[in-house]
Design a protein around this ligand. Sequence first.
Ligand SMILES: CC(C)(COP(=O)(O)OP(=O)(O)OC[C@H]1O[C@@H](n2cnc3c(N)ncnc32)[C@H](O)[C@@H]1OP(=O)(O)O)[C@@H](O)C(=O)NCCC(=O)NCCS
Length: 145
Amino acid sequence: MIREMTISDLEGIQILQDEELKSNWSETLYKQELLDFNTIAFVLILDDQLVGFVLGKMLVDSSDLYQIVISKNAQGKGLGTLLLQAYWDEVIKRGGNASILEVNSKHKEVIAFYTKFGFKQLYIRRHYYGRNRDAIIMKKEGDVC
Ligand SMILES: CC(C)(COP(=O)(O)OP(=O)(O)OC[C@H]1O[C@@H](n2cnc3c(N)ncnc32)[C@H](O)[C@@H]1OP(=O)(O)O)[C@@H](O)C(=O)NCCC(=O)NCCS
C-alpha cells in the first residue's frame, strides 16, 4: 500500500535513510517538510512494515525530487518504480509538468532507475560532492498537449 507520509512514519524513515542513503537529513528537517503544503511525500507499506518512501517538493509547475528509498531486501522488485509513479502522478495532479533531481554520477544503478522512468540528463555539476565526485542533474517532462 502506498499512502501519504505522516509524522508517525519518521522513525522508520530515519532507519531506512541511515541504512540506504547515509544522508544527513534530521527528524526536524523531515518534520518541516511535512508541514509544507508543497511537499509531496509517500510511504510504501508491506505487511505493516515501512519498506520505502519518496519525498520531493512542488515549485510552481515543476517539482524537485529529493529522496527515494526502498529497503535493501525489497529492492529490484519494481517497488521503487511504483513509488516514483505515485510521486509523478501527484506532480501531475497538482498541475506540474516536470520533475528535476540530482544524483551522484557514481551511482549507475540509480541513474538507470531514473532513466528507465523517463528522466534525462540535463547537465553535470563537476566536483559537486568533492574532488572528482560529480552530480548529474536529470529531468522528466510530462506530455505536452
Ligand atoms: C534506487 C531505488 C529506489 C530503486 O528501487 P527498486 O525498487 O530497487 O527499483 P525497481 O525494481 O523499480 O527497478 C526499476 C528499474 O530501475 C533499474 N534498476 C534498478 N536497480 C538497478 C540496479 N541495481 N542496477 C541496474 N539497474 C537497476 C532497472 O532498469 C529496473 O528495471 P528492470 O528491473 O526491468 O531491469 C533503490 O535501489 C534504492 O532505494 N537504492 C538506495 C537508495 C538510493 O540510492 N536512492 C536514490 C537516491 S535518493
